[in-house]
Design a protein around this ligand. Structure first.
Ligand code: FUL
Length: 698
């Protein structure tokens, strides 16, 4: 008997040692984030503010020769910016302290090109300081953008400029309290004023700045600052200026390759599964087409639909969202932008109003060491420090949630415990309805946070199957929601002849007005394309008649249709197909130029009648992987196709990163003929494409 007891206690000792062994936390799957990167990732959503001389010169990129005296906001209030950011659930604000034209929003001791030589506050103001104080008051973190490229500085391109750049960096990192993120933009070198030299200066970004030394300086001065962008950074650009990450999004990057110039920026949208460094993605986008404020964009604030998509495709795809609010000439976030932001926040709030998994019965097919410490319940305990983990080397595992009664679901949120690394390569979601399992999503990575928008299902149970991973499964949090139906805004198109087509999601009706009034279900019911070639404002809504809910209002403003327009001359390319430039459809493009026909190239348009115009727009090629973009242009008008007057010339700034419709205005002129000259292209390719040319009428 005594022996049996001895044997039993021996076994229990062995078992406890064994279990303790198993109950150890999983080994990290390297690379893993630093605490600084963890804190940053958890911020999720923060604001960008572009506000500088460009705001007053109506440019996206200043050339570097604009006078500081033009900077004169009438009612600058950084507290208003902070209030709006705070009310939107944002956790910080990144201010562009110096953009490419070199103008400084703080009174730098190293240059005269700053607020100190502007009329604002008689040269005694400091925007960086005001924002730092406002952020403190609203408990927001402050971030700063210092453009490496400086189109004003005479020394740009020489070693002397690097000293200047580092001096400015030192000012920003030592005089304004903690800076959570330092933003180094990738636009580098090119033409500029450069102290009057007026020339093109090419630099090698990878070598010129000696980033290793610059980064050492930053970490010495401000170890809490996370560095974004060029150099050996701790966070990366998402590869577009539309605020969208790829569905597959690794927080890892082969940064060594990147620093050797071997990574194309389009790879940033997904990161690298085999990246040797933790370099998570940050998705940046402006709430309007441009980064700086332009009055012509007052009615071009991104639609609610677009912003909601952006949220789901950034924060919901393992990136942070940096949303730009272009402060206007008063020095305030414009009312239109604030209103749209409020609508966005309201949608996010209602979408995630009621969590549905917390009360469910949860089980998993594998639990590390059979230890409750790593049990599946940890995914619904609302504690970010606990997680469900599988045994070592178990890279396929399932977790199931059973509901007491059938539950409607259309959002699923999953988080890996990324302190131990990003692991999941593939997963799917199944739901059980009426006793039958159905797969409703087949996905790839998860990372810090992944949110799926699925069709609405009435589920008895929900199962998440991790089907491939880099190391054993470690999941921190899983949630489900039933977001209200969101009726998507309709799309409107008018072709050359004036035929209007409106489209909405299948099953929805469309109502519209042509007199500028707000449409409702009492307005005209859209039954199919209709002709309307006069100037008018069309407003339309889509309506889900089953649930009695409408979309936001889509507004489209049109001048007289292009029915009488003709392309009358092209310097190269096929004249027969050139009509695509004026067919009302920006997605059909036409190109000219090429090796045998080097730039400049030009084309002329006859509008068929004399019109009063105040500007033109160039819509670059929209469709395709390789956009043949024009970077510099000239625009002429004529009344007789003989005598031409130049109305505008210049650059399409930032078109490479943000290929949106380019708007150029001039004083009112009477014209019948238009001539558009493509002077230079982005990159080496000489072929340039045009999606559409429009005119702006009074
Ligand atoms: C770009 C810049 O060139 C733009 O002007 C803007 O600042 C944007 C956020 O980054 O690359």
């Amino acid at each position: 008997m005594k022996n049996i007891f001895l044997l039993l206690s021996f076994f229990s000792v062995v078992q406890s040692i064994y279990c303790q062994e198993l109950a150890k936390a999983p080994a990290p799957c390297y690379p893993v984030p630093t605490q600084k990167q963890m804190d940053w990732q958890e911020m999720e959503f923060y604001a960008f503010v572009h506000f500088s001389l460009n705001t007053f010169t109506n440019k996206e990129w200043g050339y570097g020769d604009e006078s500081p005296e033009l900077f004169n906001p009438t009612a600058l209030d950084a507290r208003q910016w902070a209030r709006i950011a705070k009310e939107s659930g944002m956790k910080g604000i990144i201010l562009v302290a110096k953009h490419h034209d070199g103008f400084c929003l703080w009174p730098s001791a190293y240059t005269e090109r700053s607020v100190k030589n502007s009329p604002w506050k008689n040269g005694k103001g400091d925007v960086v300081k005001e924002l730092a104080e406002a952020c403190r008051e609203y408990n927001l973190k402050l971030g700063l953008y210092l453009s490496p490229w400086d189109r004003n500085n005479p020394d740009y391109g020489n070693p002397k400029y690097i000293t200047y750049f580092r001096n400015q960096l030192t000012e920003l990192l030592t005089n304004y309290g903690d800076v959570f993120e330092m933003w180094f933009d990738g636009a580098n070198g090119g033409d500029g004023y450069y102290g009057g030299a007026d020339e093109t200066r090419k630099i090698n970004t990878l070598e010129y700045y000696n980033w290793d030394e610059t980064y050492k300086l930053i970490y010495r001065l401000a170890p809490k600052t996370l560095v974004w962008g060029v150099g050996p950074s701790e966070a990366r650009w998402i590869g577009n200026e539309e605020g969208r990450a790829n569905t597959t999004n690794w927080s890892l990057l082969r940064q060594k390759d990147e620093l050797a110039g071997k990574v194309h920026y389009t790879e940033f949208m997904s990161g690298h599964e085999d990246g040797e460094k933790w370099v998570p993605g940050e998705a940046d986008v402006s709430i309007r087409p441009g980064w700086f404020y332009h009055a012509v964009e007052d009615d071009k604030v991104r639609s609610l639909d677009e912003l909601v998509d952006i949220y789901y495709e950034s924060v919901g795809r393992n990136a942070t969202l940096l949303l730009n609010l272009p402060v206007d000439r008063r020095g305030l976030v414009n009312e239109n932008d604030e209103e749209r932001l409020k609508e966005l926040v309201a949608v996010i709030k209602t979408d995630f109003n009621k969590e549905l998994l917390a009360g469910s019965k949860v089980s998993a097919d594998n639990v590390r060491g059979n230890d409750n410490k790593f049990g599946p319940k940890n995914t619904i305990d609302n504690d970010k420090n606990t997680y469900w983990a599988a045994d070592d080397n178990v890279k396929e595992a399932s977790i199931e949630f059973e509901f007491e009664k059938p539950t409607a679901i259309n959002r699923i949120l999953i988080q890996e415990y990324i302190k131990l690394g990003q692991r999941v390569k593939a997963f799917n979601v199944e739901v059980k309805t009426n006793g039958k399992w159905e797969t409703i999503a087949n996905e790839t990575t998860i990372g810090y946070k992944r949110i799926l928008r699925t069709k609405r299902v009435l589920a008895d149970a929900l199962k998440i199957n991790i089907t491939a991973a880099k190391a054993s499964v470690v999941i921190s949090n899983i949630q489900a929601y039933n977001a209200p139906t969101f009726v998507r805004i309709p799309t409107i198109q008018r072709d050359k002849k004036g035929e209007v087509t409106i489209k909405a999601e299948e099953g929805n009706s469309i109502y519209y007005t042509v007199d500028g009034s707000v449409p409702s279900e009492k307005s005209i019911l859209y039954k199919g394309a209709f002709a309307y070639n006069k100037a008018f404002t069309l407003k339309a809504i889509a309506r889900n008649t089953k649930e009695n809910i409408s979309s936001a209002v889509k507004t489209a403003k049109y001048g007289v249709s292009k029915e009488k327009w003709k392309i009358i001359a092209v310097s190269s390319g096929d004249l027969k197909t050139a009509d695509r430039i004026i067919d009302g459809n920006p997605d059909t493009d036409w190109s000219f130029g090429g090796d045998a026909n080097k730039l400049p190239q030009q084309l002329s348009i006859d509008m068929g009648a004399v019109r009063k115009i105040t500007g033109f727009t160039y819509v670059p090629q929209q469709v395709g992987n390789n956009l043949n973009l024009i970077s510099n242009y000239e625009f002429y008008t004529s009344t007789d196709n003989v005598k031409w007057i130049k109305q505008s010339q210049g650059e399409f700034s930032n078109i490479k990163n943000n290929p949106i419709e380019q708007v150029k205005t001039f004083s009112k002129v009477t014209a019948r003929y238009l001539r558009f000259v493509a002077l230079a292209a982005v990159g080496k390719g000489q072929v340039v494409s045009i999606g559409e040319i429009n005119v702006i009428e009074e």
